[in-house]
Design a protein around this ligand. Structure first.
Ligand SMILES: CCC/C=C/C=C/C(=O)SCCNC(=O)CCNC(=O)[C@H](O)C(C)(C)COP(=O)(O)OP(=O)(O)OC[C@H]1O[C@@H](n2cnc3c(N)ncnc32)[C@H](O)[C@@H]1OP(=O)(O)O
Length: 313
């Protein structure tokens, strides 16, 4: 309820600043109930401020469990955001009591427990495709050049951890807890946690402990180990904080911001030498941007980059 009220208030407050999200403009006009934004059934997409897109997991009555529709909708949503030249930063959160209960345990009966195929090779081929498709649901967050700030309240279970490790900045509330739950349901976490969490948290031992025991990790430990960068007292202050960070990002040159995200990710997965090489090649073209001159001029004049108008990207 709180979310619905906030969402409605947000729409009223920012109505004059609203802008069109190319393929979803009609859909946004229809989302006045604060529920999912058509054509989505599991996501709500709003534009709380200039250049900022807010994506909310929106199945609160099912604790935002990720059902079959969700795995495809995330891909469509982030592909659209990636191509939306008006969007410069994304806030991602969950509606209702908690961030997410992870994969929809009712829905896995179809895809995972009764896989298609009439012999083991075909079943294996089918399952490989399913896992790859599910992996892509979170990889699209990383592939999207717009930075994604994720805001977690309450529980973040199983696939929720896979999701947040693909985001760029992680925030949570004091009451948040995180659980790499997959071993409890008889599988190895296969959609990103085992690959990305070790790169997020410095301690390999802690990652192993969390993934092998499925114990809950609470917000204070999440902060001390580096999973989240900030802890807020409640959801409202966290969303305000997330929007503030998104606004700081959106106020800067999109050429600089998107190049920074792409190069940070490249460097995470390559040697320093390779990363420097990639960066040099990247900036062969990107240093030619007019944003550099505009931003440097503003700095000389002691203005904020937010006072500069940058072209769409
Ligand atoms: C190739 C595949 C790769 C992906 C792998 C992913 C793996 C995972 O995500 S493992 C984690 C799976 N999730 C769980 O084990 C969590 C199960 N749920 C709970 O423990 C509790 O529901 C929870 C602590 C999240 C919330 O408790 P609360 O008391 O607040 O709510 P409930 O009354 O239990 O639930 C409310 C309704 O939501 C439905 N629901 C909750 N979680 C799920 C779920 N994961 N899948 C489907 N449905 C879920 C619950 O059944 C209730 O529905 P209803 O009875 O119709 O009201």
């Amino acid at each position: 309820m709180n979310c619905i009220v906030r969402s409605a208030l947000g729409r009223l407050l920012f109505a004059d600043r609203g802008r069109l999200f190319p393929t979803l403009s009609a859909a946004r006009a229809m989302s006045s109930s604060g529920g999912p934004t058509p054509p989505f059934t599991t996501l709500s997409v709003t534009h709380p401020d200039h250049h900022i897109t807010h994506v909310e997991l929106h199945r609160p009555e099912k604790r935002n469990a990720m059902n079959k529709a969700y795995w495809s909708e995330m891909v469509d949503c982030f592909n659209q955001i990636a191509e939306d030249s008006e969007c410069r930063a994304v806030v991602f959160s969950g509606a209702g009591k908690m961030f997410t209960a992870g994969i929809d345990l009712m829905d896995i009966a179809g895809d995972l427990l009764q896989p298609q195929g009439d012999d083991s090779a075909r079943i294996a081929w089918y399952l490989r495709a399913v896992v790859s498709k599910y992996q892509n649901t979170f990889s699209v967050i990383e592939k999207c050049p717009k930075p994604v700030v994720v805001a977690v309240h309450g529980a973040c279970i199983g696939a929720g951890v896979d999701l947040i490790t693909a985001c760029d900045i992680r925030l949570c509330t004091q009451d948040a807890w995180f659980q790499v739950k997959e071993v409890d349901i008889g599988l190895a976490a296969d959609v990103g946690t085992l690959q990305r969490l070790p790169k997020v948290i410095g301690s390999r031992s802690l990652v192993n402990e969390l993934a092998l025991t499925a114990r809950k990790m609470y917000s204070d430990e999440a902060k001390s180990c580096g999973l989240v960068s900030r802890v807020f007292p409640d959801k409202d202050s966290m969303i305000a904080g997330a929007l503030e960070i998104a606004s700081e990002i959106a106020g800067r040159s999109p050429v600089a911001v998107q190049g920074t995200k792409i190069n940070l990710l490249y460097s995470r997965d390559h040697s320093v030498t390779d990363g420097l090489d990639y960066m040099a090649t990247w900036n062969m073209s990107m240093l030619q941007t007019q944003d550099l001159m505009k931003s440097a001029q503003a700095a000389l004049e002691k203005k904020s980059p937010k006072d500069v108008t940058f072209s769409k990207l």
